[in-house]
Design a binder for this molecule. Structure first.
Ligand code: TMP
Ligand code: ZN
Length: 409
């Protein structure tokens, strides 16, 4: 079975679900491919729903994990320098408030060890990572890493081998989980009584306010806000006690949860809940223009790129992030529009982008070549990349920024 379709909400199990966005059928965004495998490429619907009961925004179409990862994964967090810095400061925050030297920290979806590498030598660390090639990169940094998906059963084994964890983290992965009950129960089992679960995910409020429809892809099953998260943890005798907005990935939230304690809940939780309420995130009406807004960006971008091509000028793309593939496929771009995509991830170089089949090349090409236009798919690193590429820009290349609105700089 490569694709299932849920009929109830992942958080509250209700069935009051309304479609708020449909992007068409897309291949999974991390399935970079090559000429030999083009015939194997499969597409699945990319439709977003709103739950009228707990207000979770979510996908109902669930692509099987082996279709998403193929045993190997193309995404290495440490390929993005600003993300490495982000996780260093994240680790400092945890050290100052939630973990002491010698405590056990378990990171679910630990990728190449981008968070845990900051605790090696002072704390006990355990990563959990299903993609074999990415887990290997973490082990090479001295980070003990379990292969596989986190389950209640795995939590039991970890307790037997290492004891309970003071901190469990799950970053840019908690929104990827279909069976949330399994994860939350496993987390509760594995945490010490005073332990903390912390997770960062892309934030629904930023998504709707900045038109970040490209954040929608098959791995992203949930688009969280505070209210459904409170509902979820509440069902397991846990509570959200602090929430902090973060600039990463176009706007994220760092959510702290613990076993229900009777201790005060921090103001941040009430404040963000109130902000979401005011922004309309608890009502279906807020999403009435969601589809139209995404299509407006598409039309603008497509007509801009086609106009540039008619003038016989070259367009390339910068960064091949997961979201870039949603954007490329939604716009229907091919190599006729965009000659190549540069990316810093060695794994992606030499492959073709899923669906749009544009070759991924090393960014070194831009040291000698000066395309007239560069479409910035990794727009979340806008300032960093515009600064890093100032020499290219001085040579005359213009950057097209697609999100939050189409802009040329
Ligand atoms: P991310 O937003 O999930 O970190 O993904 C960003 C992608 O863009 C990743 O494939 C690495 C790539 N990238 C570049 O090619 N150049 C850069 O300067 C940065 C920051 C990222
Ligand atoms: Zn619900």
């Amino acid at each position: 079975m490569s694709h299932l379709r849920n009929v109830t909400c992942r958080v509250c199990k209700g069935s009051s679900l309304t479609r708020i966005l449909s992007l068409g059928e897309h291949p999974p965004v991390d399935n970079f491919t090559d000429a030999e495998h083009l015939k194997d490429e499969k597409r699945y619907p990319l439709d977003v729903y709103f739950c009228g009961t707990c207000n979770l925004v979510q996908l109902l179409d669930v692509v099987a994990e082996d279709e998403l990862f193929h045993g190997e994964y193309a995404y290495f967090s440490s390929a993005s320098k600003p993300l490495v810095d982000h996780f260093r400061s994240y680790a400092d925050d945890l050290k100052s408030e939630h973990v002491a030297p010698g405590d056990l920290i378990v990171d679910i979806g630990s990728n190449d060890g981008i968070l845990l590498q900051n605790f090696v030598g002072t704390h006990r660390v355990l990563g959990i990572e299903p993609s074999a090639n990415v887990a290997e990169a973490a082990r090479a940094k001295g980070i003990e890493t379990e292969s596989g998906f986190f389950t209640i059963e795995m939590a039991k084994r970890i307790i037997e081998m290492h004891g309970k964890a003071k901190v469990i983290s799950a970053n840019n992965v908690f929104a990827h989980i279909d069976d949330l009950d399994e994860i939350v129960q496993g987390v509760k089992d594995l945490l010490t009584d005073d332990g903390v679960f912390v997770s960062e995910s892309h934030y629904l409020l930023d998504l709707v306010e900045h038109g970040e429809f490209d954040t929608v892809y098959h791995e992203h099953l949930c688009y969280y806000s505070v209210k459904p998260l409170q509902h979820l943890f509440g069902r397991f005798g846990m509570e959200v006690f602090n929430v902090v907005r973060m600039p990463t990935h176009g706007g994220s939230i760092r959510v702290f949860a613990r076993k229900a304690s009777g201790l005060p809940i921090e103001n941040s939780v009430h404040e963000l809940f109130a902000l979401e309420e005011k922004a309309g995130l608890h009502s279906l009406a807020r999403f009435a223009d969601f589809q139209k807004d995404a299509e407006a960006i598409k039309e603008k971008l497509v007509s801009l790129v086609r106009q540039i091509r008619r003038e016989k000028k070259k367009v390339v793309a910068y960064g091949a992030p997961a979201k870039g593939n949603t954007l490329l496929n939604f716009c229907g771009f091919t190599q006729d529009d965009i000659e190549y995509v540069t990316d810093t991830t060695p794994y992606k170089i030499g492959l073709l982008t899923p669906g749009s089949h544009i070759p991924v090349v090393s960014p070194d090409i831009l040291k000698t070549e000066t395309p007239e236009y560069v479409l910035l798919l990794a727009w979340n690193y806008r300032d960093f990349i515009l600064e890093k590429e100032k020499e290219l820009r001085a040579r005359g290349a213009k950057f097209i920024i697609p999100i939050p609105s189409v802009e040329i700089v």
